[in-house]
Design a protein around this ligand. Sequence first.
Ligand SMILES: [Zn+2]
Length: 384
Amino acid sequence: MSYPKIELHVHFEGTVQASTVLEIARRNDVALPVRNAHELADLYRYRDFAHFVTVWVLTTQVLRRADDFRRIVVEYAREASAYGALYVEGIFSPAEPVRRGSSWEEVFEGYCDGAQEARELHGVEVQLTPDITRSYGLDEAELVVRYAAAYRDRGVVGVGLGGPEVEHPPTPFEHVFRLARENGLASVPHAGELAGVDSIRDSLERLGAHRIRHGIRAVDDTGLVRELADRRTVLDVCPISNLRIGAVRSLEEHPLPHLMAAGVLCSLSTDDPALFGTNLHDEYEAARSLGLRARDFYEAGVEGALCDGPDPRTPPQQGKGVRLGCSRPFVRRAPDAGLIVRSPSGSALTAAAMAAVSRISLRLLLRRSPDSGYRPSLGPRDPR
Ligand SMILES: [Zn+2]
């Protein structure tokens, strides 16, 4: 049986191909330290962590306008769709472009437009989980949450925590994640990638994590492994990223098989595919070489996906008279009428009701997919 892919841990800034960086840099009049596309492609070839940071900064500094953010979501959705992805929960770090002069609205509008276009053009459901940058201030962290809450009805479903984990532990962000949860946003921090067990425990207990991005260092504490399995907390694992960053010494030593054998639910993702020279196909091949099955990643993906309202205190509202089912309502954006939402039968819904129905329907769609003969479409960019 062919299983569609559910990717829950990918940074849009880390998906941008060198050719796109070059085009956007030209349009935004940003100078790059290369003379042509060939040199840029060479610069993109992963060498070590310091080089990763250089390329991350280079990529993110060219992204300035709403259309830049929209474009990179749509381009990645096309790529992910070619590899069989049905659902992507994408990350972006809004405070970085804001520090460079973009407005919060430009950033959120751009990514939300991208998610909508990805759905319409490529059939990939994209939901968004902006990251709080751990090395920035708490004021900026709170602004990420406030904007995320304001864009909930346009596909923002959670808030994450990213950046240097060792130097910036989770605890100072406790109240910010409480605010997020009070606003119906899930908590999806990075933890246990380079820092250890305490980072994961604090993320669960202080940040109320619904899932953990990476979480692989849980393997160092059998009690924590048991707890993650018992609570059914999904870890969004990215083996090739871990290898490139040096979080594991070799693929053969990756803790993923051990975690899964112990009953921990793990989804499989690329993290920063363009920067790490990976893609969804390669991640699944790497996992297969470790004896792991696509089915288990799919099932963990369904369990972990934030598609039906993450917080039981703010259950999604159902629109009156709306039938739930696998045919998702569609959304069309009229030029100057804001968001026009219609159910499959054509009756208008409120945006909030649409978001709720869409998420519940999506859950049903994901659960049914393997048995409904779903076959990933292979686009022109699939190298297979
Ligand atoms: Zn990440």
